[in-house]
Ligand binder design. Structure first.
Ligand code: NAD
Length: 491
């Protein structure tokens, strides 16, 4: 069984790869070169129906009742098999996104393996709450909750860390005994399809994992979220799409988990170790060409070190290496598409109209004929903007940040919290008390002190405000992917 027939990327429905319909294909473009590398079979509504029906059948035929230790063992086999096929996943991730090979290896595929192992551990160790209730007359009642799978879960994921974010949902959902229908981003269909092979190889029953390809509105995404046969939706993507999905799901009152956009702040105090902060900020602004929901787009710097941080960060940005993704020395890939580059360039224009001083970047790099058709963009830094400017308020999702000075701790907290989003923040200081204090004052789901994107997969992940609803990670994932039934026994 292979994911691709020639240049087709196929749907995986009820345990089999579906022969593509020649009339329902769309091109998958390599973001690094602009060349088409595959055709993707866009699922129609009847294929989505078949996927949902297959998922329901898998549940009914016993997957939902499989003992936890067997599900945990299956997750561990999946992790082992991804490791055995590691370079295939790396190649698929690069083909989808154009990201540098070192990142694909060290972050994306490594985290896919870790996601499966981690949720195998989490589910195997999970217990359940019980309460002894005192009643009149000395009697008691015992309350305990049994957790059952949510059922058929729609998993909708974006293109920026496609395999990492997919397995972040698939691993706990399967650990809890759910059946899944995945709709990967139309920009990144390859790794979800390859994962179908792996899960079948390690013995997941037919129907428990399905992949339907296509777009959002009036395509596979909407067919799935509006389907009466789904029991819940876990969605990672933009806040605007999340809001749309919520409306679609609302009439049937299904649970949703939303991991949405961000406009994340870093706060740099003047007592900081400059070199350490610059290394951290370079990562937090430019990793994955700024296309991580956690990336920093607002950097608030205490005035006395503002020039040092601005000059140092610009210097590091100029040293990033934009080159072929397969070159081990490449640090920075292209944006995902020309369309997304146009959006980012639009913000470059807006920032300059608002009076931004461009410290570095601001345009399209010249990288030679092989990469000329790719959606490359220069790492960019601005000063001279304020929180009132659109480029500082709206998520850009590119390798770009605005640097803004502050004087006091209270001012820094107010500036960082002055946003409709609330995903992540990072605080850079050598003052331990201040680090805790400021991190706790951030209106976000995740705050880091002297680091960024350091994850323990048992800890909660998610956002507030426009950044989402609910948390996933560790026990939070187990809660979302199960429904408790409380049993009360009078003793
Ligand atoms: P997007 O919202 O455009 O698309 C996300 C997914 O939703 C895609 O698979 C898309 O096809 C699908 N979709 C679009 N319209 C739909 C509809 N009407 N019904 C059902 N599905 C639909 O987001 P994107 O551009 O792919 O990803 C970038 C965004 O994702 C950024 O805003 C980023 O911050 C966010 N993101 C958030 C997190 C997080 O954990 N909070 C992580 C990564 C990315």
């Amino acid at each position: 069984m292979t994911a691709e027939t020639g240049r087709w990327i196929r749907n995986f429905v009820d345990g089999v790869f579906v022969e593509p319909d020649e009339d329902r294909g769309f091109d998958k473009v390599d973001p690094a070169t602009g060349l088409v590398f595959a055709r993707v079979h866009e699922a129609d509504s009847s294929l989505v129906d078949r996927a949902v029906a297959g998922a329901r059948r898998a549940l009914d035929e016993g997957w939902a009742r499989t003992p936890v230790r067997e599900r945990a063992a299956l997750l561990r086999r999946a992790a082992d098999r991804i490791e055995e096929r590691f370079e295939e996943f790396v190649a698929a991730e690069i083909a989808d996104t154009g990201k540098p090979v070192t990142q694909a290896r060290e972050l994306d595929v490594a985290r896919a393996v870790a996601n499966f192992r981690s949720f195998a551990d989490v589910v195997a160790a999970a217990g359940q709450e019980s309460f002894l209730t005192d009643l009149a007359g000395g009697r008691q009642a015992l309350n305990y909750a049994v957790r059952k799978p949510l059922g058929v879960v729609a998993v909708i994921v974006p293109w920026n860390l496609p395999l990492l974010l997919l397995t972040w949902k698939v691993a706990p959902a399967l650990a809890c005994g759910n059946a899944i229908v995945v709709k990967p981003s139309e920009e990144t269909p390859a790794t979800a399809t390859l994962l179908a092979e792996v899960l079948a190889e390690v013995g997941l029953p037919a129907g428990a994992y399905n992949v339907v390809h296509g777009f959002g509105g009036d395509s596979a995404g909407e067919y799935l979220t509006s389907h009466p046969g789904i029991d819940g939706v876990t969605f990672t993507g933009s806040s605007a799409t999340g809001s749309h999905v919520m409306k679609t799901v609302a009439p049937r009152v299904r649970p949703v988990s939303f991991e949405l956009g961000g406009k994340n702040a870093a706060i740099v105090f003047d007592d900081v170790d400059l070199d350490e902060a610059l290394t951290g900020l370079t990562k937090s602004v430019f990793t994955n060409t700024g296309q991580v929901c956690l990336c920093t787009e607002r950097v608030y710097v205490q005035r006395s070190v503002f020039a040092d941080i601005a000059d140092g960060l610009a210097e590091r940005a100029r040293h990033l290496r934009l080159d072929r993704p397969t070159d081990e020395r490449t640090t920075t890939g292209p944006l995902i598409s020309q369309q997304h580059r146009n959006k980012v360039l639009g913000y470059f224009e807006l920032a300059e109209q608002a009076g931004a001083k461009v410290l570095t970047g601001g345009g399209i790099p010249q990288l030679g004929p092989e990469l000329a058709g790719g959606s490359w963009i220069e790492p960019t830094l601005w000063t001279g903007l304020t929180n009132a400017d659109r480029a500082v308020r709206e998520e850009i999702f590119g390798p770009v940040a605005a640097l803004i000075p502050f004087d006091t701790e209270a001012e820094a907290i107010a500036l960082a919290n002055d946003t409709d989003y609330g995903l992540a923040a990072s605080v850079w200081t050598n003052d331990l008390r201040r680090g805790h204090r400021v991190a706790q004052a951030m209106n976000v789901g995740m705050a880091w002190v002297n680091t960024w994107f350091l994850r323990d997969l048992r800890s909660p992940f998610g956002g507030v405000g426009l950044s989402g609803i609910g948390r996933e990670g560790g026990a939070s994932s187990l809660h979302f992917y199960t429904e408790p039934t409380n049993v009360c026994v009078q003793l």
